[in-house]
Design a protein around this ligand. Structure first.
Ligand SMILES: C[S@@+](CC[C@H](N)C(=O)[O-])C[C@H]1O[C@@H](n2cnc3c(N)ncnc32)[C@H](O)[C@@H]1O
Length: 285
């Protein structure tokens, strides 16, 4: 009788590699292929070891049967790179152009909803909150709601926790750190309670409209540094989903290497002093 193969000894054959890539594509919209073989095998081996399954075939059976393991595999493949005040010019555009424009059509006390999607470990959503407190003098006149969503449940746990190291904080001034974070412990600082309570986080998959309906609609969406991982089909699906989640006249900010121009013509391109953003048009806009 031959010994069960150890995860370390197993290499994916092209058929199994394709099954994994198809699985990830179906569940996340992210495109993986032969060029990422090393990355895929390393993560898969980790999951096989953690779940103590005997090899790829047994692990794939588990994946099909166990939604918790599906979630863990997706978590293992996401790229969560993010930091506070990333692409700060878009935050400047938010406070100097987008919010004044939206507020002009509202009454004091009205709700303004902002969505950080995907929010990864929370830096983007908290950055929006801090930036507005620091730079938009009308912030108290409106009921600003900030929601962060991501597909990755481990990243969302970190967002809830709100504990950040120097890599995340490096673009923040000492004054901002002192105002919005607790004192440093073990080279990490935690977001203060008030700020944490002003942002909510929940799981959502941007290529799966069924997970988005409960979020309601938004006036501004930050969808930055996600479309770069997608193919045209996932980008189009995401563009449609974002369009449907935007209120007429609402704005969409993409990452600086991303553009709607080849994906969808449903958004109006708006060139403001600080940034180019996209706007939902429509009969009510
Ligand atoms: C590079 S981070 C971007 C974070 C932040 N927007 C920024 O620009 O700093 C990309 C995030 O996209 C998330 N992601 C990947 N596929 C997703 C999907 N289908 N739906 C929602 N989030 C997804 C990943 O979990 C990861 O946290």
């Amino acid at each position: 009788m031959s010994a069960a193969p150890t995860p370390e000894a197993e290499w994916l054959n092209p058929h199994d590699l394709r099954r994994v890539c198809d699985f990830l594509y179906r569940h996340t919209g992210m495109v993986f292929g032969e060029s990422k073989r090393y990355y895929i095998e390393r993560r898969l081996r980790d999951r096989i070891a953690i779940t103590r399954t005997s090899g790829f075939a047994a692990y794939f059976d588990l994946l099909r049967a166990d939604s918790r393991e599906r979630e863990q595999l997706i978590n293992a493949f996401t790229v969560n790179e993010t930091y506070f005040y990333r692409e700060e010019h878009q935050l400047a555009c938010l406070s100097r152009s987008l919010l004044p424009d939206l507020a002009a059509a509202r009454m004091p006390g009205d709700k303004i909803r902002i969505w950080s999607a995907p929010c990864s470990t929370g830096e983007e959503a908290y950055s929006i909150a801090i930036w507005l407190l620091e730079n938009w003098r009308m912030v108290d006149a409106y009921n600003v709601e900030i929601v962060g969503t991501d597909i990755d449940t481990i990243a969302l746990d970190a967002a809830h926790d709100g504990l950040y190291g120097e890599r995340s904080l490096s673009r923040l001034t000492p004054a901002v750190r002192d105002a919005y974070f607790e004192p440093e412990v073990n080279r990490h600082r935690r977001i203060i309670r008030d700020l944490k309570d002003s942002v909510s986080f929940t799981q959502a998959n941007l290529v799966d409209e069924g997970t988005l309906g409960g979020l309601g609609t938004f006036d501004v969406i930050f969808c930055r540094n996600l479309l770069i991982y997608f193919d045209d089909e996932s980008r189009l699906r995401t563009a449609e989903n974002l369009f449907n989640r935007l209120n007429p006249g609402g704005y969409l900010c993409l990452g600086h290497t991303e553009s709607m121009s080849r994906i969808s013509d449903r958004f109006l391109v708006r060139r403001f002093e600080d940034a180019i953003v996209y706007q939902r048009t429509g009969p009510d806009a």
